[in-house]
Design a protein around this ligand. Structure first.
Ligand code: 2PG
Ligand code: MG
Length: 428
């Protein structure tokens, strides 16, 4: 007999891929089903994200999470025990009301998300279903188009180059497994290229090769070369996606490209990015302008949104009201979805539902500080988002996600579909 009422909520401190403390919640139901979730952490965070509660002080650079853990074990456990884990909406509403602030500044989004997600896992365990099936039912059979980092940069590589993510997508692949095979070859070819140039210095935060380049554009040239070296036609089987993460170097309409010792205004940025899209097979650009530059974002979308996926991450922070604001201004055509930017599953799903209504595409995304938790793969599939961004093709906190998607694709067998090129933002 299943009984999905929550019997026990526990929280423990675990460690993320940067060796920093983070929150894991574990929920036990009355029928003894158990669900567990680990919360990730960003480095290039948007200022309007929900709060990641850290302790401050001397230990672990102020990054300990004892207060968040205490909230889970204390207030949250007291309020939620007895609640039905299978009623995610009611459970998340309870978390939101308990916190009582717009950005989870009291309990911490790391506390609330751990519980929200662990409850979903417990409910799935009780139903004897994988999480994506619980979330999406029978129709949840479409494997997402992955965006996979080849070179890291920005805040993930000591700002060695300004642009944060140089990624590949495989719009020409027929299934998820093939997209990974192609990416593996390109990742390897890129490493060999860097080695031949004497520029191989290990990897950045998300596993992409360290960006020892003289200019941002040199990274693009090298990426195209790597695609060719691996035996593919750039722009056909494989294309390029960027996360400029412009909020990291742009404020008040001024953008400082440190690597190239120059400063641009929004028009200069737009011009440079448009030039890149003409020279290189780029199909998607995330945060091309800063989070405080909705106007620049809108102008870039006006200029390129018909042929390019323009993704809002720091601009939208997975927040439905910000999506509506962006849509009214004509900014972006795709939303990045990161559950820890909001602090509950329901609010993240609400952002995706709002995006859909507004005609936006979506990408479920990991954070730069990650763990072995593979929940986001299930969210991408279960919610039918169609795209997934996890970092590079190296390091097990990344590979755990890619491998989980492979398992699901194999399990679905003939029923498996692959999102493919049609899912990119401009095609809507
Ligand atoms: C991003 C993410 C992942 P972070 O900007 O999209 O690449 O980085 O988690 O540091 O915000
Ligand atoms: Mg980003």
């Amino acid at each position: 007999m299943t009984d999905t009422r929550i019997r026990r909520i526990h929280a423990r401190r675990v460690w993320d891929s940067r060796g920093r403390p983070t929150v894991e919640a574990e929920i036990t139901l009355h029928d003894a089903s158990v669900g567990r979730a680990i919360v990730p952490a960003g480095a290039s965070t948007g200022t309007r994200e929900a709060l990641e509660l850290r302790d401050g002080g001397a230990a672990f650079g102020g990054l300990d999470v004892q207060r968040a853990l205490g909230h889970v074990r204390g207030e949250i456990a007291a309020a939620l025990c007895g609640h039905d884990a299978a009623d995610q909406v009611a459970l998340d509403r309870c978390l939101i009301e308990l916190d009582g602030t717009p950005a989870k500044t009291r309990l911490g989004a790391n506390a609330t998300l751990a519980v929200s997600l662990a409850a979903a896992h417990a409910a799935a365990a009780s139903a004897g279903l994988p999480l994506y099936r619980l979330l999406g039912g029978e129709p949840a059979t479409t494997l997402p188009l992955p965006q996979i980092q080849i070179f890291g940069g920005g805040a993930h590589a000591g700002r060695r180059v300004d642009v944060q993510d140089f990624m590949v997508v495989c719009p020409g692949a027929t299934n998820f497994a093939q997209a990974l095979e192609w990416t593996a070859e390109v990742y390897r070819a890129a490493g060999q290229l860097m080695q031949r140039r004497g520029a191989l210095h290990g990897v950045a935060d998300e596993g992409g090769w360290w960006p020892d380049f003289d200019s941002n554009e040199q990274a693009l040239q090298t990426l195209v070369q790597a695609i060719e070296d691996a035996g593919y036609v750039p722009g056909e089987q494989l294309a390029i996606a960027l996360d400029v993460a412009a909020s990291e170097f742009g404020h008040g309409g001024r953008y400082r490209l440190a690597l190239e010792s120059r400063e641009l205004d929004a028009d200069g940025m737009i011009e440079m990015l448009l030039r890149w899209t003409e020279r290189y097979p780029i199909v998607s650009i995330e945060d091309p302008l800063a989070e405080d530059d909705l106007d620049g974002f809108a102008r870039f979308t006006q200029a390129a949104g018909h042929k390019l996926q323009i993704v809002g991450d720091d601009l939208l922070v997975s927040h439905a009201p910000l999506l509506r604001e962006a849509a009214a201004a004509g900014a972006a055509n795709c939303v990045l979805l990161k559950p820890n930017q909001r602090g509950t599953l329901s609010e993240t799903l609400h952002a995706w539902q709002t995006a859909r209504e507004l005609g936006y595409a979506g990408i479920v995304s990991a954070r730069s500080g990650e763990s072995e938790d593979t929940s986001i793969v299930h969210l991408a599939l279960g919610w039918g988002v169609g795209q997934l961004k996890v970092g590079a093709f190296a390091r097990s906190e990344r590979m755990a996600k890619w491998n989980e998607a492979l398992r699901i694709e194999e399990h679905l067998g003939e029923r498996a579909r692959f999102a493919g090129a049609g899912v990119l933002g401009w095609s809507r």
